[in-house]
Design a protein around this ligand. Structure first.
Ligand code: WTA
Length: 654
C-alpha cells in the first residue's frame, strides 16, 4: 500500500467512531433521510438517462434542446448531445432572469484588507465587458487563454468571460515557474495570457508579470498579454503591440455581450495536473456535463441554501477552485467569499477573522490547512466567534482522524457535519462524500458515492472485490462531469485511465469498502505524491533535478510530513564534484525555477549510487522507507548493491 509509510492507513483502519448529523442540521437539510439518498442513488444507477435528463432540464438553461442524454462509446462519452447551453449564462444570466440580480455573488477580500462585493448583476456586467475585451484581442470560439493570476475577482471574471464566448481557459496556479507556464502555453497552443503585475503574499509583492515575460520568450503561440494592475506603484514594463492593461481595455469595452449558445460538448477548460509520467497532462472538461455536475454536487454536498455565505479556500489554479469557487456555487446562485492571501497574514487567525467578519456558514478547506491551524494553536481560533458556521468540508487528501476531530470540535463546536469529499481533477466534481443531513460520518472516510457514481474496488487480477479488502478504486459508469480527454493526446487518455481495468475508469487511488459500505481512500497506486493537497509526479521532480548539470541520477519519493501530508525526498547522485550544502541549496532553487515552489524537495540526500534491482529499476519502496526514517523492510534480495542501502542509512543516522 503506497501510503503505509505515513502511518495514515494504520490509523484509519482502526477508526470506528460514528458521528450522526446533529438533529438541528437534519431538520433543515434539503436531503435529510437515508431513504431520500437511496432513492436518488438508485434512480441514477438504474436509469441514468432518465435521471440525468430530468436533472439537465431542470438545472441548466438550454438555448436549444439536446437529442440524446449520453452517448457512450467507451471510453469516450458525450453528454446532452446536440444541445446548446453556456456555462457563463448558467452562472450569471439565469439568476438575473429569475429576478436575483441583486443577490451577492462574490464577496472578496484582498490580503492587505481591501474589499470588493459584486452582485450577480455586477458580476455579469464585468464578465460581459471582459468578454468583449477578449474579442477585441481576436479571441473567440476554441481559442485557448492561459490565466496566471492572483486570487482577485478578475480571475473568476476572466474564466467566465472565456466561457461566455467559447474560448477555453487554462488556469495556471500563480506559484508555478516561467518554465511551467511556457510548457502549458505550448502544449495547449494558448493565444493569450492574462496575468497581473503582482501578487500579494504575506505582505510581499511577487512580480507575476516578470515571470510571464520570461515564459513568453518561449511561447510562440501567444500573441497578447492582458495585464491586471493589482499593485499600484509597481514598475511594470509593457511590450508594445503585445501587452495590454486590463483597466484600459476592459474599462472601455461595451457591457453588452450575450452568451454564445455553445454545443454541450464545447471544451470549457483545460487544467494541467500531474500524472504518473513526467509531463503534466491537460485535463479537458466540456460545457454542459461539467457545469451540471459541479452545480448538483455543490447543492447536494453543501446542502446549499440561499442565505448561506459559502467559503471555499482553494485557489482557482486547482480544480477545487474551478468547480467549487466558480462553476458549482455560481450556477447554484450562491454567495461566495473569496480571499486573496495567506492564512497567516497578518496573523495566524486570518481565516477565523474572515469567518467572523462575513458570518460564513459553510467552509470548505484542505487537511493541510487544518494541520497548520492545529500547529499554530487554539488561541487564534478562540479569539473569534465562529457560531455562524453550520457545515464544514475538506478536500485534497485524506484527513487523519486527529485533524478531523480538531476540525469537528474546535471549528465546528460539535454542531457542524463534516463533509470529507473525495474526487479528482479528472472527475470534474465530488464523487464520494457524506450528505450532511443524512450520512453518519466516520473520521477519515469519504463515506459513500453520490448519485450517478458507481465505484468498484478491483484486485490485481482485475476482479471486483466484494469484501472489505483494499484494491484499485475504479468507476464503472460514465458520469456527466467526467474528463473528456487529455488535451492533444487521446492515446494517453485511453492508456492511463481505461486500459489497466478494461471498461472502467481507473482513478489511480487505492481504496477499501468497509462493512457499512463506506469507502476509505488509502493513497495512490502510481508515482504521484500529494504535497499539501497538490498532486506532483515524482518523475516530474526527478526530471527537473536531472536537468541540472551537476546531477547524474535522481530518485524522488514522498515521505510523511506533519504539515504537508507528504513531503518530497530526493536521492541524488552527482557528476565529478563533491556534493556540499551549496549544491543542495542550488538544487532546491533549481527545482523551484523549473516547476515552482511547491515542488522543492524538503530533503536532498547525496549518494554514490541509487539502490536498484538487477534489472536496473530504482527500488523506490526501499527509498520510501529510508526517507520515512524506517528500517528498510521487506525483501532486499534483488538489490544490486546492498552497500548502497547501508550508506544511505548511515547518512540518515548521522
Ligand atoms: C487525493 C483534488 C483522500 C486522491 C480535488 C485523488 C483525496 C487526488 C481526497 C486528486 C479525499 C482528494 N480523501 N484523498 N477526500 N480528495 N484526494 O486532482 O489521491 O488535485 O486521486 O483533485 O487527491 O487530486 P486533484
Amino acid at each position: 500500500m503506497s501510503q503505509s509509510a505515513s502511518g495514515q492507513v494504520d490509523h484509519i483502519l482502526t477508526e470506528s467512531r460514528l458521528f450522526p448529523p446533529p438533529q438541528k442540521f437534519v431538520d433543515q437539510a434539503a436531503i435529510n433521510s437515508e431513504e431520500q439518498y437511496q432513492q436518488l442513488y438508485d434512480a441514477a444507477a438504474n436509469d441514468p438517462d432518465a435521471f440525468w435528463d430530468a436533472e439537465a432540464k431542470q438545472h441548466l438553461h438550454w438555448f436549444e434542446p439536446y437529442q440524446q442524454v449520453c452517448k457512450w462509446d467507451a471510453p469516450h462519452a458525450q453528454w446532452f448531445v446536440g444541445g446548446k447551453t453556456n456555462a457563463s449564462y448558467n452562472c450569471l444570466d439565469a439568476h438575473i432572469a429569475a429576478g436575483h440580480g441583486d443577490r451577492k455573488a462574490l464577496i472578496w477580500e484582498g490580503e492587505p484588507g481591501d474589499t470588493v462585493t459584486l452582485t450577480y448583476a455586477e458580476l455579469h456586467e464585468q464578465v460581459c465587458k471582459t468578454a468583449n475585451a477578449l474579442k477585441a484581442l481576436g479571441i473567440g470560439l476554441g481559442d485557448v487563454v492561459s490565466i496566471y493570476m492572483p486570487m482577485t475577482p478578475e480571475l473568476p471574471i476572466a474564466m467566465l468571460a472565456c466561457a461566455r464566448i467559447g474560448a477555453i481557459h487554462s488556469v495556471i496556479f500563480a506559484g508555478f515557474s516561467a518554465e511551467s507556464i511556457a510548457d502549458r502555453n505550448n502544449d495547449a497552443g494558448a493565444k493569450l495570457v492574462i496575468t497581473a503585475n503582482g501578487l500579494y503574499r504575506r505582505g510581499k509583492v511577487l512580480p507575476l508579470k516578470k515571470t510571464v515575460d520570461e515564459a513568453l520568450e518561449k511561447s510562440p503561440t501567444v500573441k497578447h498579454c492582458l495585464v491586471l494592475q493589482r499593485i499600484a506603484d509597481q514598475d511594470t514594463p509593457m511590450v508594445e503591440g503585445r501587452d495590454i492593461w486590463w483597466h484600459e481595455s476592459v474599462a472601455s469595452a461595451s457591457n453588452d455581450c450575450p452568451a454564445t449558445p455553445l454545443d454541450s460538448e464545447t471544451p470549457l477548460f483545460v487544467l494541467y495536473t500531474s500524472g504518473s509520467t513526467g509531463k503534466p497532462k491537460g485535463i479537458l472538461h466540456t460545457t454542459a456535463g461539467y457545469n451540471l455536475w459541479a452545480k448538483r454536487t455543490f447543492q447536494w454536498v453543501f446542502d446549499h441554501r440561499d442565505d448561506d455565505v459559502y467559503w471555499c479556500t482553494a485557489d482557482c489554479g486547482w480544480i477545487t477552485g474551478h468547480s467549487y469557487l466558480v462553476y458549482g456555487p455560481l450556477a447554484a446562485g450562491a454567495t461566495c467569499l473569496m480571499y486573496e492571501g495567506a492564512p497567516n497574514h497578518p496573523a495566524e487567525d486570518r481565516f477565523w477573522d474572515l469567518v467572523e467578519k462575513y458570518k460564513v456558514t459553510v467552509m470548505y478547506t484542505a487537511p493541510t490547512a487544518i494541520r497548520a491551524f492545529i500547529k499554530w494553536g487554539d488561541q487564534h481560533v478562540d479569539a473569534h466567534d465562529l457560531s455562524s458556521l453550520r457545515l464544514l468540508g475538506t478536500v485534497g487528501e485524506g484527513i487523519n482522524p486527529e485533524a478531523w476531530m480538531w476540525y469537528h470540535k474546535k471549528i465546528g463546536n460539535e454542531q457542524c457535519p463534516i463533509v470529507d469529499t473525495w474526487w479528482q481533477t479528472e472527475t470534474g466534481g465530488i464523487m464520494m462524500s457524506p450528505l450532511p443531513g443524512v450520512t453518519a460520518t466516520k473520521p477519515g472516510s469519504c463515506t459513500k458515492p453520490l448519485p450517478g457514481v458507481v465505484p468498484a474496488v478491483i484486485d490485481e487480477m482485475g476482479d471486483e472485490i466484494t469484501g472489505h479488502n483494499g484494491g484499485m478504486l475504479c468507476i464503472a459508469q460514465p458520469w456527466p462531469g467526467m474528463l473528456r480527454g487529455i488535451w492533444g493526446d487521446q492515446q494517453r487518455y485511453v492508456e492511463q485511465y481505461w486500459s489497466k481495468v478494461p471498461g472502467k475508469y481507473l482513478t489511480g487511488d487505492n481504496a477499501r469498502r468497509d462493512e457499512d459500505g463506506y469507502y476509505w481512500i488509502m493513497g495512490r497506486i502510481d508515482d504521484v505524491i500529494n504535497v499539501s493537497g497538490h498532486r506532483l509526479s515524482t518523475i516530474e521532480v526527478e526530471s527537473a533535478l536531472v536537468s541540472h548539470p551537476a546531477v547524474c541520477e535522481a530518485a524522488v519519493v514522498g515521505r510523511p510530513h506533519d504539515l504537508k501530508g507528504q513531503g518530497i525526498a530526493a536521492f541524488v547522485t552527482v557528476r565529478d564534484q563533491e556534493p556540499n550544502e551549496e549544491l543542495r541549496a542550488e538544487l532546491r532553487q533549481h527545482v523551484r525555477k523549473e516547476i515552482g515552489a511547491l515542488a522543492q524537495p524538503d530533503d536532498i540526500r547525496f549518494t554514490s549510487a541509487l539502490p536498484k534491482t538487477r534489472s536496473g529499476k530504482i527500488m523506490r519502496r526501499l527509498l520510501r522507507d529510508i526517507a520515512a526514517g524506517n528500517e528498510a523492510a521487506g525483501d532486499t534480495s534483488t538489490l544490486e548493491d546492498y552497500s548502497v542501502l547501508v550508506k544511505l542509512r548511515e547518512q540518515d543516522e548521522s
